[in-house]
Design a protein around this ligand. Structure first.
Ligand SMILES: C[S@@+](CC[C@H](N)C(=O)[O-])C[C@H]1O[C@@H](n2cnc3c(N)ncnc32)[C@H](O)[C@@H]1O
Length: 325
């Protein structure tokens, strides 16, 4: 494992960021498929992270406020389950939800934040230690869909490791990828680790669709921002006026999000030509929804057993506490 940069007295940053070449080759691979697609992990450059934070405050986006309310309501019960373990957050973003847990566990010594967006990760961890002085914070810039090795540091050796994966980000992975992610997480958290994970529940499309396609157009800006990122970082020439955003609920159990071409057109990316037909779609994200039982089955197939499930009164969202058998 590479060594850390100490960006503040209690913040160590390990940079395992995938190089620009990976972004270019993964994006080109996706754009060459019959159904063009991107991995949602590319949506979070600095602007993407800001837009995602703005989405979290929208009336239509019930997910963030509902999950935070569940965490607040059950914080002391969750704190008891975690004990003096080390918390490891996958996709820590602005590190806001973790504060609910930290407020309930002032004794917690170590927090590990994993995120692919390095600048946002670093800034969020600095904000966090300013609010929680003394909390040993380890920031690791990495892709959590790949196997991850934690740094060999004493804080993490003999601890009960508890993963935290909020935001229903598990829903962005296809079910087979979700099982793979959970198996990787199990390897990282073993021998007796646990995982606290937020999972969005199935519900009517009248609630779901506006959450992913809001009236102010921020979800659209968030998706279309990847075209801006490719223009800037990959020497591409996407014309933003020639694309729109769309999101709908597929009754197989997922929201599907797309960028739609408004015309027949050719785009260039680092010298490679990419053709779009009018109305052709480019998939940016799925967001799978699970009943409690469906998610417990998925977790079981990755070696986790369910210890607790908390939901809100309206049955919009679930938070599961899973443990390794
Ligand atoms: C939907 S946001 C969730 C942020 C926060 N955990 C929450 O629940 O509000 C997803 C976060 O995960 C990060 N992310 C997305 N895909 C990732 C990946 N494959 N590896 C590491 N981080 C990833 C993004 O940079 C972003 O900060």
């Amino acid at each position: 494992m590479i060594s850390a940069t100490h960006v503040a007295p209690h913040v160590a940053l390990y940079d395992l960021h995938p190089p620009l070449d990976d972004f270019r080759s993964e994006v080109l691979h996706g754009l060459m498929q019959p159904q063009k697609f991107f991995s949602p992990k590319f949506l979070y450059d600095k602007r993407g992270a800001e837009l995602f934070d703005a989405i979290c405050t929208l009336d239509e986006y019930y997910l963030t406020r509902t999950e935070m309310a569940i965490l607040r309501t059950h914080a002391s019960e969750i704190a008891e389950l975690i004990g003096d373990g080390a918390l490891i957050e996958f996709g820590s973003g602005s590190s806001q939800k973790i504060r609910i847990l930290l407020d309930a566990m002032p004794q917690l010594p170590t927090y590990v934040a994993l995120d692919i967006s390095k600048q946002h990760l670093q800034e969020s961890c600095l904000d966090l230690v300013a609010a929680y002085p003394g909390l040993e914070t380890i920031a690791i810039c990495t892709d959590y869909t790949q196997p991850i090795a934690l740094p060999k540091i004493p804080h993490l050796q003999a601890k009960h490791k508890v993963g935290f994966f909020p935001g229903s980000s598990i829903g962005n992975l296809e079910p087979n990828e979700a099982v793979k992610f959970l198996r990787n997480a199990a390897t990282l958290l073993q021998p007796k680790g646990s995982l606290l994970i937020g999972v969005d529940l199935k519900k009517s499309k009248e609630i779901l669709e506006p959450a992913y396609n809001d009236a102010k157009g921020i979800s659209a800006d968030f998706a279309l921002n990847i075209l801006v990122r490719m223009n800037r970082e990959l020497n591409a020439d996407f014309n933003l006026n020639q694309f729109r955003y769309d999101a709908f609920y597929n009754p197989i159990g997922r929201i599907e999000m797309y960028i739609v071409s408004l015309a027949d057109q050719v785009v260039h990316l680092d010298g490679t030509e990419i053709s779009f037909k009018k109305d052709e779609t480019l998939r940016t994200e799925y967001s799978y929804k699970y009943s409690t039982e469906e998610f417990q089955d998925l977790a079981r197939s990755a070696g986790f057993v369910s210890q607790h499930v908390w939901t809100d009164a309206a049955q919009l969202f679930s938070v599961h506490y899973l443990s390794l058998v």
